[in-house]
Ligand binder design. Structure first.
Ligand code: NAP
Length: 310
């Protein structure tokens, strides 16, 4: 069994290490995060590995995972260079290094001096590592980089019942942007929706109860029917007056929040302005879909001019 060091034992690092340990895929060697408390918490969660308080204390491992935040990957790879070189001098087989960022290519690790580099991005939200232990199977992992590393990582993720796809470095940024739009921005839309319900005097708990069945049904419809057939509501029906009233209501909300707030507390005024702006922008983006679903040219022109109004 190959051994694995994890640098950055946060949400993703500890979840993957725990699953690989449970499934006998990698022997978990060393764990490092800057805060000792974090590293020990990860060790308890994984149930294996040696927690170290300095990169230099990491034990020998054939495979190294750099699971620090994206902005820290390049500098941490550079910091690892002399350490990995020392480990490499003790063995003949070349060591491997990979990261899990969706947006960055494997080459961002070049400063480590390691030749066998890869990136492996699980299309999964590791918001809660405990839940991810159960939920990761079935997710897709996008692999990119040197064949020798992919040949290790593909079976490692397949053993966790993930599906692997292969990307070129030039595909990564747009590939990741696509998953951010569907996953992260869905969460942002939920938050914006709750703000509008709150403005209507409906508390978060009631709004969540009301939203859960329809949001889940909408997600299912998108996968079963595709976005054009899943879209319902005033835009598809061409209910121009309803859309105009909703925009007007959001503008009034923005005006009343900005006049009721003093200078030091204008956040909710800005937020309300964002609601109107988002409604217009998403409405515009919905028009081609609505047209595919049967919206008339005339209604489309009227809606377009409402969304374009200053
Ligand atoms: N979360 C997700 O849903 C998800 C999904 C797919 C891919 N990813 C990718 O997975 C990677 C890790 O993301 P994450 O969500 O797991 O982040 P995270 O929960 O913030 O964990 C990052 C870990 O790195 C440590 N760290 C930060 N800077 C460091 C440094 N300079 N040296 C050593 N350790 C450092 C942090 O602990 P200390 O602050 O104590 O150092 C923490 O344990 C990223 O590349 C991300 O793009 C994440």
């Amino acid at each position: 069994m190959l051994s694995l060091n994890v640098v950055g034992a946060g949400k993703l690092g500890r979840t993957l290490a725990a699953l690989w340990h449970q499934n006998g895929v990698f022997e978990i060697a060393g764990l490092f995060s800057r805060s000792a408390a974090n590293t020990h918490e990860a060790q308890d969660f994984i149930g294996a590995g040696t927690a170290v308080s300095d990169l230099d204390e990491l034990p020998h491992a054939q495979v190294w995972l750099l699971a620090v935040p994206d902005d820290q990957i390049e500098s941490t790879a550079a910091a690892l260079a002399p350490i990995i070189a020392r480990h490499q001098s003790l063995v003949s087989k070349p060591l491997m290094l990979f990261h899990c960022s969706g947006a960055l290519p494997a080459s961002v690790l070049a400063a480590s001096g390691v030749d066998l580099l890869a990136s492996a991005h699980p299309v999964h939200s590791f918001a809660d590592p405990k839940r991810s232990l159960a939920d990761l199977p079935g997710s897709t992992v996008a692999l990119e980089g040197r064949e020798e590393v992919i040949n290790v990582l593909e079976p490692a993720f397949t053993a966790l019942r993930c599906n692997c796809i292969h990307l070129s470095p030039s595909q990564k940024v747009l590939y990741h942007t696509g998953s951010v739009m569907a996953c992260n921005y869905l969460t942002v839309l939920m938050d914006l929706s709750l703000q509008v319900f709150q403005a209507a005097g409906i508390d978060n708990k009631s709004a969540m109860t009301l939203l859960e069945p329809i949001v889940v049904q909408t997600v299912k419809n998108n996968f079963a029917l595709g976005p054009a057939r899943a879209l319902t509501g005033p835009l598809v029906r061409g209910d121009v007056a309803t859309v105009a009233r909703q925009i007007e209501a959001l503008h009034q909300l923005a005006e009343s929040s900005s006049t009721t707030n003093n200078d030091s507390d204008s956040t909710s005024g800005i937020q309300a302005a964002t609601l109107a702006e988002m409604y217009r922008a998403l409405g515009k983006a919905a028009l081609p879909l609505a047209e595919k679903a049967g919206l008339s040219q005339d209604a489309r022109r009227q809606l377009q001019s409402i969304f374009d109004e200053p």
